[in-house]
Structures are given as C-alpha cells and as structure tokens.
Design a protein. Structure first.
Length: 621
C-alpha cells in the first residue's frame, strides 16, 4: 500500500492546482498525507486486526463468513477511530459526516474514495477472487452503490494481478473485460480531462496511467500529468505500480517521513504482516513461469499469452529496467559492452544456459546482448526467446534474489481432486521437525506422519528442488474446449515472515509437477496424465503395514511391522529392542504400506510392534 501513500503525498499539492506535465519535483513544500493515505492505513489496520481474531481459511477468505463479518465491523471501527484524529486531512462532505457519525451507515456513494483506499486488500489477497471479495466487504461499509463497489474491486484486482506476476496486457484484458473499457491513451484525454471524483471517471484513467508507465516513478508522473483529482488518481496508480515494479528506496524513505508516529506504526506493522519482498528482479523473473514447460490434459491447449506478446512485453520491460536501474552503464555505448568488456566466462556454457556462477549484472548483460543482436533477434523472429537457455538465465536472476533473502519454510497446504472429492495434504514445520496431516476437503485433516530431524531436512531439500518460486500463480486450462471434470489443484505456501502465496490450476500443471506429487506420496497416471482419485493413504488388501518409530533420543527412526490397523501416527507403542527383545516405549512417526514383494526390508527379520501403550498420551500436536 506504500505506493498509494506515495501517490497521495506527491499529488496532494496538485489536487486543486493541476500540473499537466511530467516534469516536477516529486516532493516539495505543500506535500502532505491526505485522507487517501490515512484511510488506506485504516483499511490495512482493519485487515490485520481481523486476522488476529480469525485466521482466514487456507481454502480462501470467501469460505469464511465470520471473517468477512468481523472485517466489515473493524473497517468501520478503524476508519472512524483513526479518521477522527485527522479532521482536516481533506475528507469529502458525505464521508466526513460518516466518519464522525454515531451510527455510520453506507450512503450509496460511487465516489473514488472507495478505490483510493482499497490497495491493502489487493496485497492481502491470495487469489483474484479473494481480491474481489475482500474489496466488497471493505467498500460496502460506505460505498454500497454498484459503481463504487466496482471501482474499488477493479483496483484491488489490478493490485493483486500486478503483485502476482501478470503482464500488463493480461491486466488490461481483465479490466477491459470485467470492469471498464480502456480504449484511450493519457495523451488523448489529457487536454480535456477535468476534475471528477467518481469511480467511473477516475479509476480507469488511473489504471491506464500505470499501464502506460515504464517504472514506479514514471507511473506517478503520468498520473499527476493527467490533472483532475491528482492525489487520488496518483494514489490508485501508485498502488498498482508498487505491486508491479516495487518502490525505489529513496522514494520510500522520503514518503514515510511524512507520516506521524501513529501512522508510521501502522505501516511498520503492515510491512511485517504482509512480509518484506527484497527482490530486485521480479519485473523480469515473472516471465519464468510463462516461458517454462506446461503440461495440460486439454487437447487444444493454447499457450497464453502468445509468445509474440511475451516477447514484445519482455523486450520493452527489460530495456526500461536497465535504463532505470543501471543508467551509469547506458551512457557511453551499449549496456552489455560496458559490462562484458574484459569479463572471462565460458561462452559455450552460457549458450546452454549454464550461468550459475555468474553475478546478476553479467547475466543482465548476456540477456541484453541476446536481445539486441541483429543476427538472432528482431520483432518477427522470436524462436530464441523460447529456448531453454533464456529461461535458465532468468532463473539465475531469481536464484540471486532468493539467496539474498533466505526463506524458512513454515507451511505447505495442497488440495487436489475433482468431482469425486478433494484430498488434502498439509505439512507443518517447526524448528527441526515436520508433520504431515491428510484428509478430505471440508473435514478435519488427521495426523499421517511425523518426520524425524533427518527426514525433515531431506523433505525440505526435496521441496527446494521443486522451485515453486518459478511458477505462475495460476494454471487455468486454455483452449476452445473447456473440460469440466479432470483435476483441479491448489497449493498454499508460507515462509516465515510472509503472508503466504497461493498457486492453482485446472487440468494444467507447472514444471516439476511430478516432484510435488512425489513429495506427498501421491500416485500419478502418466498415460492418462491425470491424478488418480483412487490412490488414497490407507492399506490395500494383502499389503504389509510398517511403522517408523522413534525413541525421542537422537531423532533416528526404526521400522517395525504390525497388523494393528488402529495404530495412528503419534501413538505410543511397545516394541522389542536389542538381542534380548527388551520392551521399550516408542512414538509412531509414520505409517507405510507395502506389497509383500516390494517391502524394502527383510520381512522375516523385521520385529513386530507388541501393542499400543495402554496409558498413551495425547497425540502429536
């Protein structure tokens, strides 16, 4: 939401003194945080306080009515509580009466106040539908007119899409299809554009300011140059631009200096709540998932967006990226020659995409050289863009970002299924151990396995090799024929210090999909390219039951046979130990089932569990 605050502060001195040009000082005398910033922070506070009381369902905010009811109440509470402390910040007449009312009710407004403060919803949302549902709950406490709700939702969805790696063309298509026609340019409307405070006449214009921009700062400058309700338009534009580009540190620090202690405390809390993203190359690395191999069961699957669109957008964004972030290398000659001159590296390995030993600047230079090389590239020849080496170069940039800010895995939640129902696999991580729960959708998952320290380390290593950070946020089926059955899946991933990310798909899967299924022990039918709903955790006829148990001393696990199907993970059992078969108490860490011919241990030499401990303690967690 910082982008909204920056846009508001920069635009505050131009609201009634329009400056229809991009040449101006961002911060100057007369700048201040208006109601746009204050209400944005109030909305953020409401979201944070709601989640302190009701943790949203991993399956989605939309499935939790209590969450939305509380969010609506707390939105009113904090917009009034915080808003009353700043009576002279620029409220409109109707909203001012609402802020100070003892009985605040929505007043059928379609003003742009709903849209200028909604960006926290777009940052908190884990899916596009959540961005819409959160927006409606927050907006409806004041703006219950359909145009007010639509305007805020359009901004929230645009923020979500920008944050999750959608291209500008994809954002434009979504807004044009579901919200507003974007059949104009800012240059076309600037000469006649007038002050207007409705969503209909400000939200599409603000979104287009972002779509025409080359960087965060450029987006703010375009928004101000349009004129009209400058602070609100720039706040909306800035929110989307932050999600897409990030915010330069110097602009961030200057803008935050305009907040008093109370407002700054809310912002700092929000930054912890949502998680800091120190990535430098998201603008470029979002193309990894779009260029990487995708598997689909749809026979007429169409790659979306088309490679031509991907190439054009990447080319333009890459050029603007190096000009904005590395101007010192762009002054005297070509960017790549300034960097690669005198560098020694293996060109043959680079051509294969093997750049793991190279620094970010060198990788950027290699990409730049490839883009502008006349013998390889022009706007009609994009085959090289599809080559594996290009994706590997981008993955190297992503790896550099991840290595700069190491992440500790705390939770993975996986749903997969179809009309026959959905299976749930839920991994929770503590400091040294992992716990697996399994179940069916809308039922309470049960403990399935407790991993030892060594098993947890191996599990995390296997997870890291899946590289979900390379994935797109969604893998919907594309093509003329929609398959209504088949396999749907969703994956929620949370690292410590982050709000969590959601991925999902419908009969379409990202690279390393089989590795993800293997992580949870899920069988996959390669011939049908489909998830087998009949493969569930449980014993089949004739299978041998093996329990891995630990004694809580060194984290090691040991295998024992049993015929007792009532034994569960977490149970305390009595087992024979040593040559004299002394009885000891052990904890069941995991349960596995094998066909007799596939048992990885000598069956005749494996000892059997004697039985459950009669006075067993509570299970697992």
């Amino acid at each position: 939401m910082l982008g909204a605050i920056i846009g508001d502060i920069v635009g505050s001195r131009f609201e009634f003194n329009n400056h229809r040009d991009k040449d101006f000082d961002l911060f100057a005398e007369g700048c201040f945080a208006t109601d746009d910033s204050i209400m944005t922070l109030a909305v953020a506070k409401a979201i944070m306080e709601t989640e302190k009381s009701i943790e949203p369902s991993i399956s989605g905010y939309g499935s939790n009515g209590d969450y939305h009811q509380l969010l609506g109440k707390l939105t009113v509470k904090y917009m009034q509580e915080i808003g009353r402390k700043y009576p002279d910040c620029g409220y409109g007449g109707m909203f001012a009466r609402w802020v100070f009312s003892d009985n605040p009710e929505p007043y059928l407004s379609f003003g742009n106040g709903a849209a200028m403060r909604i960006s926290p919803a777009g940052f908190a949302a884990r899916t596009e539908s959540e961005a819409a549902s959160l927006s409606e709950t927050i907006t409806s406490v004041t703006h219950n007119h359909e145009e007010g709700i639509k305007g805020a939702e359009a901004v929230s969805v645009a923020v979500y899409m920008a944050r999750r790696g959608f291209l500008k063309s994809e954002i434009r298509d979504r807004i044009s299809k579901d919200y507003y026609p974007l059949d104009f340019t800012i240059d076309e409307i600037r000469p006649t554009y007038k002050f207007n405070e409705t969503c209909q006449e400000t939200v599409p214009q603000a979104i287009d300011c972002f779509l025409e921009s080359k960087s965060f700062e450029d987006a703010i400058r375009i928004a101000i140059s349009l004129g009209g309700d400058s602070d609100t338009i720039a706040a909306i534009t800035g929110a989307i631009a932050e999600a897409y580009y990030g915010v330069p540190n110097d602009i961030r620090d200057k803008a935050l200096s305009y907040l008093d202690d109370e407002l700054r405390a809310i912002y700092d809390e929000w930054e912890v709540f949502i998680g800091k993203d120190g990535s430098r190359f998201n603008l470029l690395t979002k193309y990894i998932g779009k260029l990487s191999p995708t598997v689909s069961t749809v026979s007429d699957y169409i790659h979306e967006p088309p490679y031509e669109v991907l190439f054009h957008e990447f080319y333009d964004e890459f050029m603007h990226f190096i000009e904005t972030n590395y101007p010192q290398y762009c002054k005297d000659g070509v960017f790549y020659t300034s960097i690669l001159r005198g560098k020694n590296f293996n060109e043959a390995e680079v051509a294969k995409g093997n750049v793991d030993a190279l620094d970010a600047l060198t990788v950027l230079a290699i990409i730049h050289r490839e883009l502008i090389s006349g013998c390889h590239w022009n706007y009609n020849e994009i085959d090289s863009f599809k080559e594996a080496k290009f994706v590997k170069w981008l993955k190297r940039l992503k790896d550099i970002d991840w290595q700069a800010t190491p992440k500790k895995l705390s939770e993975v939640y996986f749903e997969i299924g179809g009309y026959g129902g959905y299976d749930i696999y839920h991994l929770l991580f503590t400091d040294k151990r992992a716990f697996l729960f399994t179940g069916k959708f809308l039922t309470e998952a049960q403990p399935q396995k407790r991993y030892s320290v060594r098993e947890t380390e191996q599990l995390i290593a296997e997870w890291n090799n899946i590289h979900t950070e390379y994935w797109k946020s969604g893998y919907p089926q594309e093509g003329e024929m929609l398959i209504c059955d088949g396999t749907q899946w969703s994956l929620f991933v949370r690292y410590e210090g982050s709000h969590g990310l959601m991925y999902g798909g419908d009969n379409t899967y990202p690279e390393n999909w089989e590795a993800l299924l293997a992580l949870f022990g899920i069988e996959y039918d390669d011939e049908d390219d489909d998830y087998d709903d009949d493969e569930k955790p449980g014993r089949k006829i004739g299978e041998v039951i093996y329990c891995s148990v630990s004694f809580g001393e060194d984290g090691n696990t040991y295998y024992y046979q049993t015929e007792d199907e009532s034994i569960k993970v977490g149970d305390r059992v009595i087992v024979p130990v040593g040559s004299n078969n002394a009885e000891r108490i052990a904890i069941v860490e995991g349960i596995e089932y094998f066909e007799p011919a596939k048992v990885p241990f000598p069956i005749d030499k494996t000892k059997h569990i004697i039985g459950k401990r009669p006075d067993k303690e509570d299970r697992m967690l």
